[in-house]
Design a protein around this ligand. Sequence first.
Ligand code: FAD
Length: 304
Amino acid sequence: MKALLVTESRQGKLLPCSYETLAFAQQLQADPVMFLVGSEDSLPEFSGKLYLADAAVAGEYNPEEHLRLLEEVVARENPEMIIFVHSSYGWDLAPRLAYALDAGQVSEVVDCQDGALVVPACNAKLQRVVKVAGSVTVVTLQAGAFSLADEPEGSPQVERLTAQSDGKLSFVDYEEGEPGGVDLSKADIIVSAGRGIGKPENLAMVEELATALGGEYGASRPVVDAGWTEHNRQVGSTGQTVAPKLYVACGISGAIQHLAGMKKSDFVVAINTDRDAPIGELADVLVVADLKQFLPALTASLKD
Ligand SMILES: Cc1cc2nc3c(=O)[nH]c(=O)nc-3n(C[C@H](O)[C@H](O)[C@H](O)COP(=O)(O)OP(=O)(O)OC[C@H]3O[C@@H](n4cnc5c(N)ncnc54)[C@H](O)[C@@H]3O)c2cc1C
């Protein structure tokens, strides 16, 4: 099967998530061809054909033009599968392409079993298994779900595409967020709060345990999205990647995107009321308890 891997660059640099498409293609034992709107300085390590369009002309993001370029590559390569990461780029562009090609689309794939695609459902408590029919399928991969077993290597054989800059939209620039805040990547001990804390007032319990242990506190995305703490404390594929000596996950289920940010921790303790929570598969110790009772008791015993 031929697979077209849609890689991404931002501010002139290849995004590492691009290699997740390659890892997925390897799992499918597909024959990969890559597509990138970027520059000669942002090429992936890859031994194969790569279609390159100049981001300086096309814009790092311009859905209309990127779609046109992709359609051109699809016409030349006839891939059976077109693979995006489920990033802001992929979730915008993939459905446009699927619609243009009259192809099936499967979003947020986390696994492939016997040729069927696996997609989480109901907050990852269930999995949907999807079989694709038709000659071409567009998929997006959940960030962090696939990783290469070995470091990527090789230089691509580059085929240049002629980009155009006219159209209804043009990319202007990125605006940097305010720098500052905590750098969790340097912390040896992190205690993180998940949605299981229930309400913002309970974040104090997590913070107090972190202080008692001499560490920092972090959070899963729902806690940040709810505005209970700032984004620079988010751990995961769209937050910080951390590798502390001790990671304490409080009321965190263990979604792939969270694990992507903390799975390199040396020792993981999870506190969860659900003994079957997926975090238990990664945790060295799973404490089945209500964090509202357990955290204050643990903090008090550390202070004694
Ligand atoms: C593109 C994309 C990027 C993402 N990036 C990130 C990311 O960077 N970081 C991230 O964290 N998520 C990210 N997510 C979201 C991710 O998919 C999950 O939705 C999220 O990680 C779930 O957070 P949670 O574990 O806190 O909440 P939930 O999944 O709701 O889990 C809450 C847990 O708390 C437990 N619980 C409930 N009450 C208690 C109690 N009283 N005591 C103890 N335990 C209790 C429950 O049993 C449950 O296991 C991303 C999603 C997408 C689609």
